[in-house]
Design a protein around this ligand. Structure first.
Ligand code: GAF
Length: 362
């Protein structure tokens, strides 16, 4: 194929935060906002990538980590991971347009990587399945970009479906669609971009990954997902930080499965309290929230939201709030008002709807 257009969405995670790198469960969905890549094959071994708003980068298909930095590293990293998997790339011109808000914790970089991966695979007629793309994008992120992320974001982007959430099993890399229609139940899922960003987010994320890995080794389990008796596991851990992290992960996995059951039974409103409990656990046990996230959740709940929580890695980014449609404006006004009173930046609101996943557009 010499030319084509591919796109991949950002994501919202309904529940299941900081569980993926412990082999656990998550329940994200793909957003309507997408990154679109118009691609043309080249035959001179070079890749150019031009992005609205971010400028243009050019590099050879074969680079090594560190050679391309900034946003271009997400593109070069995908080419690098493909080459490492044995693909011979001829080169490509990529024109990129993204409607996924940048830095809002809605997975704009994974949507870019997924769209670029599909474009390069499509242009070169490579035979790679979605599960292979999940790992490939993870290698690009972890080893080229240098962000120690898991598989949640690219699985949501690659496997998303309209009106469905996706039950991600991060150990087996399976993605099971789960009915999820907020609008037809009279509900809205509001995404609040708190506009807060924490500089040390990657280091804090990496530290939590390490604690989980070490705790799992101390407990003799393959992953924290395998902890069968939480009380017994907590009693065997001596480090109070590890106790809190493990408690979050084990309980969060259970909350994901509870939410899936409720959605399958059409009891959409009842997932609200699970969201709120998840937030409390991320605040108190996993310690990944910041004031903006906590204030947004508290204000949304006080204004009548059925449930609310931070999403993504934490240390800034977005919060989701499940609300009756009739309450949307008043919940948004309450959050905005509490931000004004605290002197925080003005938050941005959007209603999220489960949308189609990544694929070829033309
Ligand atoms: C980030 C990571 F990219 C995901 O893999 C996941 O760990 C998430 O934080 C926390 O659930 O989005």
């Amino acid at each position: 194929m010499r030319t084509g257009t591919w796109s991949a969405p950002g994501r919202v995670n309904i529940i299941g935060e900081h569980t993926d790198y412990s082999g656990g469960f998550a329940l994200p969905f793909a957003l309507a906002q997408r990154t679109v890549v118009h691609a043309r094959l080249r035959d001179d071994g070079r890749i150019t990538a031009a992005s609205d708003g971010h400028g243009k980068v050019e590099f050879p298909v074969a680079t090594t980590p560190g050679e391309v930095t900034g946003w271009g590293a997400h593109v070069a990293g995908v080419a690098w991971a493909l080459a490492r998997s044995g693909a011979a790339l001829a080169g490509a011109d990529l024109r990129i347009h993204s409607a996924v808000p940048h830095g809002a914790g809605l997975s704009s970089s994974h949507s870019l990587e997924c769209a670029v991966a599909l474009a390069l695979v499509g242009l070169h007629d490579l035979n790679l399945g979605r599960a292979q793309l999940v790992r490939l994008v993870q290698h690009a992120e972890n080893e080229y970009v240098g962000a120690p992320t898991g598989v949640l974001d690219q699985m949501a982007s690659l496997y998303g479906e309209a009106d469905r959430a996706i039950l991600v099993d991060a150990r087996h890399l399976t993605a099971e669609p789960v009915p999820c229609e907020f609008a037809s139940s009279g509900l809205d899922l509001i995404v609040v971009d708190t506009r807060s960003r924490h500089r040390h987010a990657d280091g804090e994320y990496g530290a939590r990954r390490r604690t989980c890995r070490e705790a799992s080794a101390a407990l003799g389990t393959k992953d924290l997902r395998d902890v069968a008796d939480l009380d017994d596991a907590l009693a065997r851990l001596t480090d109070p930080v590890a106790v809190r992290r493990v408690r979050h992960v084990v309980r969060e996995n259970a909350r994901v499965l509870d939410a899936v059951e409720l959605l399958r039974e059409g009891r959409v409103r009842e997932i609200g309290p699970l969201l709120t409990t998840s937030h409390a656990s991320l605040r108190d046990d996993y310690e990944v929230t910041v004031a903006e996230l906590d204030v947004a959740v508290e204000a949304a709940l006080a204004a009548g939201a059925l449930g609310a929580r931070m999403i993504g890695g934490g240390f800034g980014g977005s919060v989701i709030a499940l609300v009756e449609k009739a309450d949307r404006r008043s919940v948004e006004a309450a959050v905005e008002d509490s931000f004004r009173r605290r002197g925080f930046a003005k938050p941005a609101f959007r209603v999220a709807r489960p949308s189609r996943g990544a694929g070829r557009d033309r």
